[in-house]
Design a protein around this ligand. Structure first.
Ligand code: C5P
Length: 223
């Protein structure tokens, strides 16, 4: 059963305040993109990788893959205006016979191998998709114009990370329609009626958004 990864790296990363896309911000000696790419390439479960690069950065992305010896990369395509558009562009390059697709944010460079194992185990149980998640430490409220509308029951809430894993045909169907403003893939699969299992996430899958995040992740890797 073949497992393909779509690594979305096409975000601008404006909050990082660099003169280049987030995927090419330095993380140690190499651009940030190198870390999640290497980890996916080294994963025994992953058969092939599609990289979705910032538009205009396809060539540096391919060169980086070559530099780190990421031999499973089969395609590198430019991303779109939104994350969902970028996922759709990557999905189009995944071979028709792929059974499972993992979609991962390059902005979460530290990908522990056991998370992938938990996700694939959930699909083995018959779920359409699986997402890693962490419990929330804070109480979450829904607001409108700065006024609280509702306090949500925290024990039912989780913060969802990537990679997210799906039966390939289910993900393709979910992305065939209007993807709107979806901020993750699972929401589209859920909307199409898919059953998505929640598995334990990992603190290290934190998304790099600010310079402080980059420093924290760098500390885990090089500290
Ligand atoms: O913007 P956000 O933090 O949700 O981005 C999550 C991931 O999606 C990042 O890895 C980013 O590079 C990617 N992305 C993309 N194309 C976009 C926007 C975000 O590939 N247009």
């Amino acid at each position: 059963m073949s497992v393909w990864a779509v690594l979305v790296a096409a975000g601008r990363g404006e909050r990082l305040g660099e003169d280049r896309p987030k995927a090419f911000a330095r993380l140690g000696e190499l651009p940030l993109l190198a870390e999640p790419l290497r980890r996916l390439d080294e994963s025994a479960q992953v058969d092939g990788i599609v990289v979705v690069a910032p538009p205009g950065w396809e060539e540096p992305s391919i060169l980086l893959a070559e530099q780190i010896g990421a031999s499973k990369v089969s395609a590198c395509v430019p991303g779109g205006e939104s994350r969902a558009a970028s996922v759709r562009a990557g999905l189009a390059e995944v071979p028709d016979d792929a059974a499972i697709v993992l979609v991962h944010d390059a902005a979460r460079p530290v990908l522990p191998a056991d998370v992938v194992e938990r996700l694939l185990a959930a699909l083995g149980e018959g779920f359409d998709g699986a997402v890693p998640a962490l419990p929330l430490a804070d109480t979450v409220k829904r607001t409108a114009d700065g006024v609280v509308v509702e306090t949500l029951p925290r024990e039912q809430l989780v913060a969802v990370q990537t990679p997210q894993a799906f039966v390939a045909s289910v993900l393709r169907t979910a992305f065939a329609g209007d993807v709107g403003a979806a901020t993750d893939c699972a929401s589209l699969v859920e909307a199409a009626g898919g059953r998505v299992k929640v598995v334990a996430g990992d603190e290290r899958l934190q998304k790099v958004t600010t310079p402080a995040d980059l420093e924290r992740v760098s500390g885990w890797l090089h500290g």
